[in-house]
Design a protein around this ligand. Structure first.
Ligand code: SAH
Ligand code: SF4
Length: 380
């Protein structure tokens, strides 16, 4: 070990199989044993959730000692943890460079959903979304995406316990997942791996504001369930509230949805529709919505608007949401209304925002981050 590599351990938690394998090449392991060693480490990290390399008892003592010179099993720091009166749990996680994101666990009768972030902040500026008011600081690495699940499992005591509490994952936390495609793809492939965290792709939903060119790639290379943040039925309104629509208008977005690989009645697209009083919640718009998505295997998720300090919208009246839902339902589409959860701890949809906004993403800072990332990869 050189001076340079000393004390610069990389955590194995959150790494992909490929990254672990690359890392093992620096040890004296015969090529034909490499995959077996990767599988063993994979099981310890993602199946057992261990905290110390010493516990990897299927590896020789010598290999464990060597591994410890370069690696550890550290998780990101939990800066804050809050529990709502409805049982929703929110963690504020801090990564090595100081940037922070939020992860939310929403327990329900028969399932538990973990809402995972893909970026620190978001570059897009949907007018009803709190995260959109935060400057993008950076994309998360796939390691940082996966470590959100590991932290949640630690905190919920899920490693030892059956049945599982986290049954579903939604990429609906901070950020636009399709603007961080490779990391989100590698993260989802890691969390869905059968021999590890083993969360079926059918139980993982990627939500996008509509980055059209990446939708087909997501279908081909990720294969999770897809949710589209539609929120409006005409381009004029959508340009205003989901400004990325100016680049990728509704017609192109719906065309990409029609072509999403693997769609069927059992694999439907979810269209998310945030209910904004007097803005997008008329009965005429409900009818337009049904026409617009006709022919696409889909369901519509109606999301009561969650307000945040400084937001200029109001949530539609409950009666109006129900009327809207009935029309969509009669049009042949399931239209569940999403119950707001964790509002008292600002954990509901669109309320997430971390204090990392205070760090200006100046060019200099971005360069620093690029350096951190290239060193991280170099050390593997
Ligand atoms: N960037 C992705 C995923 C994160 S946002 C996307 O936009 O799809 C997750 C969901 O929360 C989206 O449907 C988003 O439109 C919705 N959302 C954002 N702000 C909200 C708010 N204030 N109230 C309710 N839902 C909101
Ligand atoms: Fe970004 Fe999604 Fe919020 Fe829009 S709704 S600002 S895409 S996180």
């Amino acid at each position: 070990m050189t001076e340079d590599t000393k004390n610069k351990e990389v955590s194995l938690v959150g790494l992909t199989r490929k990254e672990i394998k690359e890392s093992l090449r620096k040890f004296d392991i015969p090529d034909q044993q490499l995959n077996m060693r990767v599988n063993q480490i994979w099981g310890w990290v993602y199946n057992k959730g261990i905290n110390s390399i010493d516990e990897m008892t299927t590896l020789s003592l010598g290999l464990r000692e060597e591994l410890k010179e370069y690696h550890n099993l550290e998780r990101p720091l939990i800066s804050d943890e809050q529990i709502s009166k409805d049982g929703t749990k929110k963690w504020l996680l801090k990564f090595n460079d100081g940037s922070e994101v939020e992860t939310v666990f929403i327990p329900d009768d028969e399932r538990g959903t973990l809402c995972v972030s893909s970026q620190v902040g978001c570059t897009l500026n949907c007018t009803f979304c709190h995260t959109g008011t935060q400057r993008l600081v950076r994309n998360l690495t796939s390691q940082e995406i996966v470590s959100q699940i590991v932290i949640a499992k630690d905190s919920l005591g899920e490693w030892e316990e059956e049945p599982r509490q986290i049954t579903n994952i939604v990429m609906m936390g901070m950020g636009e997942p399709l603007y961080n495609f490779e990391s989100v793809r590698d993260g989802i492939l890691t969390m869905s791996d059968d021999a590890g965290l083993s969360i079926s792709k059918r139980k993982i939903t990627l939500s996008t504001s509509g980055i059209v060119p990446k939708i087909k790639m997501a279908g081909d290379e990720i294969g999770s369930m897809l949710a589209i943040s539609l929120h409006a039925t005409n381009n004029d309104l959508r340009n205003e509230i989901v400004p990325i629509n100016k680049k990728y208008p509704i017609e192109e977005l719906l065309e990409a949805c029609r072509n999403y690989p693997g769609l069927s009645n059992s694999k439907r697209i979810t269209f998310e529709y945030v209910m904004l009083k007097g803005v997008n919640d008329s009965e005429a718009e409900a009818r337009d919505l049904v026409k617009l998505i006709s022919g696409i295997p889909a369901k519509i998720n109606l999301i009561p608007f969650n307000s945040w300090p400084g937001s200029s919208y109001e949530c539609s009246d409950w009666e109006q949401i129900e009327k809207f839902g009935d029309i969509v339902n009669r049009g042949g589409y399931a239209s569940p209304i999403r119950t707001p959860r964790g509002e008292d701890i600002s954990a509901a949809c669109g309320q997430l925002k971390s204090d990392t906004k205070k760090v200006r993403a100046s060019e200099k800072y971005k360069k620093e981050l690029a350096k951190i990332e290239s060193k991280r990869i170099g050390r593997l």
